[in-house]
Design a protein around this ligand. Structure first.
Ligand code: S3P
Length: 173
């Protein structure tokens, strides 16, 4: 089976949806953020603080190359994965890219009170909103399937993803 790759802005629900898909389809999850933290031995917010964003992106790209060689996984990615075209190129080799799309408002609500996102600061919503709109096109271009998540339950989103993947006949090969 091909990998199912979840992309989307911070707060799009990649983590919770990957868990739901994992239960339903009985396939394991690889989470690029978790793998980056393991490799670096520190939390993402500290990678940004100590070494800066480019260092983080280099680690992210290395992890993407590793996971792209695998098959039959759900791959949950960080929101900035689309910043490097090579990441998408690699991920698509063995996978279907599913874009979890939502409004900025939905992300804002879901991230309320969370302090672990260096690029989403509630005190600087203007910058976060700008980033959101800059990235919309990148997610859309990378996507094989787009699922809107605003006001939908985890189950509804997972149902829709499974239906769309099956509809495309891309789950098996
Ligand atoms: C980032 C999103 C984060 C994490 C890092 C950078 C981004 O992942 O990779 O903080 O650039 O959008 P989530 O999308 O899981 O929050």
């Amino acid at each position: 089976m091909k990998n199912i790759i979840l992309i989307g802005f911070m707060g799009s629900g990649k983590t919770v949806i990957s868990r739901e898909l994992s239960k339903r389809l009985k396939i394991k999850i690889l989470d690029t953020d978790i793998l980056i933290e393991k490799k670096a031995g520190i939390k993402i917010k500290n990678i940004f603080k100590k070494f800066g964003e480019e260092y983080f992106r280099d680690l992210e790209e290395k992890i993407v190359k590793d996971v792209s060689g695998k098959k039959n996984f759900i791959i949950s990615t960080g929101g900035g994965i689309i910043k490097r075209q090579d990441n998408i190129k690699y991920l698509k080799k063995n996978g279907i890219v599913v874009y979890l799309k939502n409004t900025f408002e939905t992300s804002r609500k879901r991230l309320k009170g969370k302090k672990d996102r260096p690029l989403f600061n509630e005190k600087n919503l203007k910058a976060a909103r700008k980033l959101f709109f800059q990235r919309l096109k990148l997610y859309k271009n990378a996507a094989d399937i787009i699922v809107k998540t605003d006001n939908k339950s985890i189950k509804e989103v997972a149902d829709e993803i499974i239906k769309k993947i099956k509809g495309k006949g891309k789950l098996m090969y």
